[in-house]
Structures are given as structure tokens and as C-alpha cells.
Design a protein around this ligand. Structure first.
Ligand code: ADP
Ligand code: MG
Length: 258
């Protein structure tokens, strides 16, 4: 059986680079020959939009994967990037938290669908900006959690809450859940605060923080409106280089821990 590694990209803060990281790390891994799927688990559907899947084309979504009979293969679709597939999302998912709140096994819904062998090397789950049932489902289904951290003042405060949720998931449904890594995003080299946050993060979290830092780069913020990863939109931008470097570091860590 092929071993697929499942990684939740999570942080309860919005706008810290979760979706940008899911899309562009996914695209960079795919570029390096890995077979990757992204599951868009945010009702806002930013990963789906960013990968060029129009709303009217989101027929089967992560909502169906979570709540319906459909398996992963039925909800996955190709994107314009070779080796990169997507389970899209739409507003249907917005009611899931409430709708599922009394369902037995409600935290295991995604896990049940992802334990089936698939022809994939990596599944990246793009989580919504909350620590509710959707993110918990992602963590229960995952091998590890990748945490994007925006290099700004309150970044580390939010992190302790996130790590508490990871501990809770470990104590209940998924004892093997690891922290994949902490990624500093939107860093500005000329900014003292940004440098201070980076230094603090490296002191507190030491080996968990990726050597690769994602700089603030306007091409990264433009790419979604062109419905493509930055690697396709502007392959030679700073953002593209950073996410390629992250993919290389990410893969070298996989082999180091294998
Ligand atoms: P989240 O998914 O955590 O809410 P996003 O990935 O959607 O965060 O990023 C929030 C906004 O910041 C988006 O408009 C995105 O295009 C932009 N953005 C993300 N990373 C960068 C970056 N490194 N440089 C510039 N803009 C970025
Ligand atoms: Mg997002």
C-alpha cells in the first residue's frame, strides 16, 4: 500500500498565509514530481478560487467528502498544474459546524474518508481560520500540522491556543499527530518587528521553525486573482523561489524522519 502523508495547514487567525502556503507548497511539491492533493476545508473557498476552479464547477466539494457518501477519489479534480489535484469547497461547508455538532463520530468524518489508500504522496488540508469542528476534523485525519505564522506582534500568542488544540486531539482521537513545522510568512527584512518575531519564534520553538522564510511579495498576493499559484503566474518571483525552497526543505525533513 502506498503511504500518503496528510498535513493540515492550520492557524485560527485569518490572513496569515494558510491558503497561500497550501496552494504554493502544493504546486512546488507537484513541480518536484510529488503527487499532491489539496483539500479546501474553508467555506470561503479561497484555495479553490486560487487554483482556478469557478464556483459553478464545484459540483462535488469537501462538504460532500465530509458529510456524504463520496470518497476522496470522487471529489478530487484536476487543476491546471500537473500532479496537483483539488477537492474544492463552497458555502455549503459554512453550515457544517452546526449541522454536525450532534453527529456521533463528528470529529472522525474526514479521517474515515482519508484512510483509504490513494495514489498520492501528499494531501494538504487548507483549514478555515477557526479551531472548530472543521479544523479538528483536519487534525484528526492528519499525520501532522503545518502552522503558517505571520511575522507580526501577536503571532506567538495565538500559537499557544493552537498547540493546545493539537494536544487535545492527541489525547483523544489522534495520538500520533505531530507538528510538521512552523513557517514564518509575510516577513519584511527591513522591518525590526518582523526580525524580532522571527528571533522569538526560533528561540521558543527552535527546530520546529523552517529555515525558509516566506517574504512579503506582491506577486504572491496578485496570483490568486489570476486563478493560479505564483509558481505559474510568475515563476521567477521572490515568492516562487521561497515556496520552492520550502518544498525542498519540507522534503528533506520527510526523509530525515522517515
Ligand atoms: P489565510 O488563508 O491564512 O487566511 P491567505 O493565504 O489567504 O491567508 O493570505 C492572506 C492575504 O495575504 C491574501 O490576500 C494573500 O494573497 C496575501 N499573502 C499571503 N502571503 C503573502 C506574502 N508572502 N506576501 C504578500 N501577500 C501575501
Ligand atoms: Mg485561507
Amino acid at each position: 500500500m502506498h503511504d500518503t502523508r496528510i498535513i493540515a495547514v492550520a492557524n485560527q487567525k485569518g490572513g496569515v498565509g494558510k491558503t497561500t502556503t497550501a496552494i504554493n507548497l502544493g504546486a512546488a511539491l507537484a513541480e518536484q514530481g510529488q503527487r499532491v492533493a489539496i483539500i479546501d476545508l474553508d467555506p470561503q473557498g479561497n484555495a479553490s478560487t486560487g487554483l482556478g476552479v469557478a464556483l459553478e464547477d464545484r459540483v462535488l466539494t469537501s462538504y460532500d467528502l465530509l458529510t456524504g457518501e463520496q470518497g476522496l477519489d470522487e471529489t478530487l479534480r484536476d487543476t491546471s498544474i500537473a500532479n496537483l489535484r483539488l477537492v474544492p469547497s463552497n458555502r455549503d461547508l459554512a453550515s457544517a459546524d452546526f449541522e454536525l455538532s450532534n453527529r456521533p463520530g463528528r470529529t472522525q468524518l474526514l479521517r474515515r474518508k482519508l484512510t483509504v489508500p490513494s495514489e498520492l504522496d501528499y494531501i494538504l488540508i487548507d483549514c478555515p481560520p477557526a479551531l472548530g469542528l472543521l479544523t479538528v476534523n483536519a487534525m484528526v485525519a492528519s499525520d501532522s500540522v503545518l502552522v503558517p505564522l505571520q511575522a507580526e506582534f501577536y503571532a506567538l500568542e495565538g500559537l499557544s491556543q493552537l498547540l493546545m488544540t493539537v494536544r487535545e486531539v492527541r489525547q483523544t482521537a489522534n495520538p500520533d499527530l505531530r507538528i510538521e513545522g512552523v513557517l514564518l510568512t509575510m516577513a519584511d527584512n527591513r522591518n525590526n518587528l518582523s526580525q524580532q518575531v522571527e528571533a522569538d519564534a526560533r528561540n521558543t520553538l527552535s527546530g520546529l521553525v523552517y529555515r525558509t522564510v516566506i517574504p512579503r511579495n506582491v506577486r504572491l498576493s496578485e496570483a490568486p486573482s489570476h486563478a493560479m499559484p505564483v509558481l505559474q503566474y510568475d515563476p521567477n518571483s521572490k515568492g516562487s523561489h521561497a515556496y520552492r525552497e520550502l518544498a525542498t526543505e519540507f522534503l528533506s525533513r520527510q526523509f530525515a524522519t522517515a
